[in-house]
Design a protein around this ligand. Structure first.
Ligand code: MRU
Length: 355
């Protein structure tokens, strides 16, 4: 994919404004934290891994002009910057994992000067960026083994280049399969309310010359049955220690439908999307967004202006509905609690299944 979602350019963050896609290709230059925070909040930059990269660069942005040499004051500023960035969106754990990595730089180097801390923070932020590029390609290669010539697959939201630095998780699997010469087609759910599937996935896959058909979310069951969908691939925003996975609202519905139609349901996500401190998906914080997003789109109001609205941005798919989780370390099969801890090296706690 010839699109870079987010970059550090000289002294600031440059990101493609995803609220303007697919019709306008416009970039936002974030010279201050408020501009970045707003960009995250209104989904100009979005997708769990991209939010992790934004958080790393955001810390750089928040401390680059720190004056003086006081370590205490610098450490306090880093904590404040992390708290501020962390208040932007609650669900994607990549954002918080990246902030933890940035804070850990100071803890690992207690004797460093402020100038050295700034340099080390920059190195860590670029490492998060570079790791994303490599990890996505690795997940893509693992996942491509699950796609076969002639198959039709389904996806939701945008788990592509635009949700990462430049390749994607679920869509990275499609790019890797394409690089291996496989011929397949993709059905993309439009993903109401903010239409990441219609606006972003359709644009990305068309640009990559992958055969894509856009459908309304409510068509998924019919398409699974009548078009003989071979597999569903989705990304994730946070995966608990037992494999329960939060992703864009509508993912759980797809998983239920996939089970009914005996279609494998694959979650594609890097280590940075796992939250092993949570025993199950019941503990994942789910962002609720403004009612206006459901009442209409882009300023056009479709519903009565004062109708009551429920607008959770994500849902949780219980581990029992997930066939495998594709990570950069390989494909994790059930039982997830045991196998996730084996792959990532943490002792499993007993947990209750997500309903
Ligand atoms: O609200 P968004 O657009 O940030 O939601 C994004 C998703 O749900 C993606 O599927 C998820 O972050 C995985 S992206 C590789």
């Amino acid at each position: 994919m010839a699109v870079t979602t987010i970059q550090w350019v000289k002294d600031h963050i440059k990101l493609i404004d995803q609220t303007r896609l697919p019709h306008d290709i416009v970039y936002i230059d974030c010279h201050d934290l408020k501009t970045l925070w707003d960009a995250i909040r209104r989904l100009s930059v979005r997708g769990a891994p991209a939010l992790g990269v934004a958080a790393g660069f955001g810390v750089m942005l928040g401390v680059k002009d720190f004056p003086g040499a006081s370590q205490d004051k610098f450490a306090r500023q880093v904590r404040q910057v992390c708290d501020y960035i962390g208040s932007s969106r609650p669900t994607a754990v990549n954002l918080f994992n990246a902030l933890d990595r940035m804070k850990a730089v100071l803890e690992r180097n207690p004797g460093a000067s402020v100038a050295q801390w700034k340099r080390l923070l920059k190195e860590e932020a670029f490492l998060i960026y570079e790791e994303d590029r490599q990890v996505c390609r690795s997940m893509g290669r693992w996942g491509a083994s699950l796609i076969h010539d002639g198959e039709k697959v389904m996806t939701i939201c945008n788990a592509g280049a635009l949700a990462t630095v430049d390749y994607g998780t679920a869509l990275g699997v499609f790019y890797a399969a394409q690089e291996q010469g496989k011929i397949f087609s993709v059905y993309a759910c439009e993903t109401r309310p903010l239409l990441q599937g219609a606006r972003l996935t359709a644009w990305e896959l068309m640009k990559a010359r992958i055969d894509i058909t856009l459908i309304c979310d409510s068509m998924a069951a019919t398409v699974m049955r009548d078009k003989r969908i071979a597999a569903v691939f989705t990304g994730a925003d946070r995966i608990a220690a037992n494999g329960d996975a939060a992703n864009k609202i509508g993912t759980y519905s797809l998983a239920v439908l996939a089970r009914h139609h005996k279609i494998p349901f694959y979650v594609v996500a890097p280590r940075s999307t796992f939250d092993l401190s949570l025993q199950s998906g019941a503990q994942i914080p789910i962002e609720e967004r403004d009612a206006s997003e459901v009442r209409g789109f882009n300023g056009q109001v479709a519903a009565p202006r004062t109708v009551k609205v429920f607008n959770p941005a994500f849902d949780v798919t219980g581990n029992r509905l997930i066939t495998v989780i594709i990570t950069e370390h390989g494909i994790i099969k059930p039982p997830f609690t045991r196998n996730i801890s084996r792959v990532f090296g943490k002792k499993p706690k007993s947990c209750r299944a997500y309903p």
